[in-house]
Unconditional design. Sequence first.
Length: 79
Amino acid sequence: MFTNVTKCRDEKEVTKRLDQGTYVQGLYIEGARWNGDIDCLDYQKPKELVTEMPLVQIIPVEANKLKLRGTIKTPVYTT
């Protein structure tokens, strides 16, 4: 699976369906934050331990075609 963080904060901003994959909302990040200006992880703001992520695209990709240069693997937990 390949993920792509979008600029959309609300599902109503999505105007068309994806050809492949889906959007996920309701993910939160702890100990960092998503900086939408530069599209990458950034230091958390003071006194903000947990922040909500924008909509995330989940895209299925064959493992041999997946290029992971410039990316990091991170776990996703559910409670």
